[in-house]
Design a protein around this ligand. Structure first.
Ligand code: SIN
Ligand code: MN
Length: 200
């Protein structure tokens, strides 16, 4: 297993082998059934190109009033529990006893992307955010902790896991584009990214 560093982000290349990736997709099926993907409306009235849902005590949502953690899906459902193998992955990788209370699932279709942003709505930035990539390749862009500086990018492939922690916990990051149908993990193509967060 190969660990790269990009501006303080730890990139564990091929952390999950193909069998583990398929196992995670199976574990996500009931999550997607209980809490279907939705396209958040964002401040300004547009729709995000990414579709999302969550598992855990908190889920990430957005509407005209802004982005926030919420205790329920926009259609009123409780968020399902975070699958055990995802919690195990967090524990193995971070060594932390404190488990994440949000697993955000972002689905990127052919033309989806995510603008540069910071993850800064959590209570304690000493906990990392752990990000798992499944399915199609995504070009991940990383900057520093202020907007507008230099950025670097690299392709994340299915099975890669990124730890955003330490001095880079508040670094800007985003996804420029997807190489649609570059992977066969998801029969219809696309990329799933899971981010594990300690919210409270
Ligand atoms: C995110 O920042 O929430 C997603 C990052 C990614 O899709 O790799
Ligand atoms: Mn983020």
């Amino acid at each position: 297993m190969n660990v790269l560093r990009l501006r303080g982000f730890e990139i564990h290349k091929a952390y999950l082998d193909p069998q583990a990736q398929r196992g995670l997709i199976e574990a996500l099926r009931p999550v997607l059934k209980a809490a279907p993907l939705f396209s958040p409306t964002v401040p300004g009235g547009g729709k995000m190109s990414v579709r999302m849902t969550s598992a855990g005590a908190f889920g990430w949502t957005a509407d005209e009033n802004g982005y926030r953690y919420a205790e329920n899906h926009p259609r009123g459902f409780d968020w399902p529990e975070i699958p055990d193998q995802i919690l195990t992955l967090w524990h193995d990788l971070t060594g932390l006893e404190r488990l994440p209370d949000c697993c955000l699932l972002n689905y990127y279709g052919q033309d989806a992307k995510m603008g540069l942003h910071q993850d800064k709505d959590e209570a304690d930035f000493s906990y990392p955010v752990v990000s798992i990539s499944l399915g199609d390749d995504g070009m991940f862009r990383v900057g520093g902790t202020t907007r507008g500086g230099k950025t670097d990018a690299l392709w994340l492939n299915s099975g890669d896991v990124v730890v955003m922690g330490g001095d880079a916990r508040l670094s800007y990051h985003g996804v420029d584009r997807i190489r649609f149908q570059s992977s066969r993990l998801l029969p219809k193509g696309g990329r799933i990214n899971l981010t594990l967060r300690v919210v409270t």
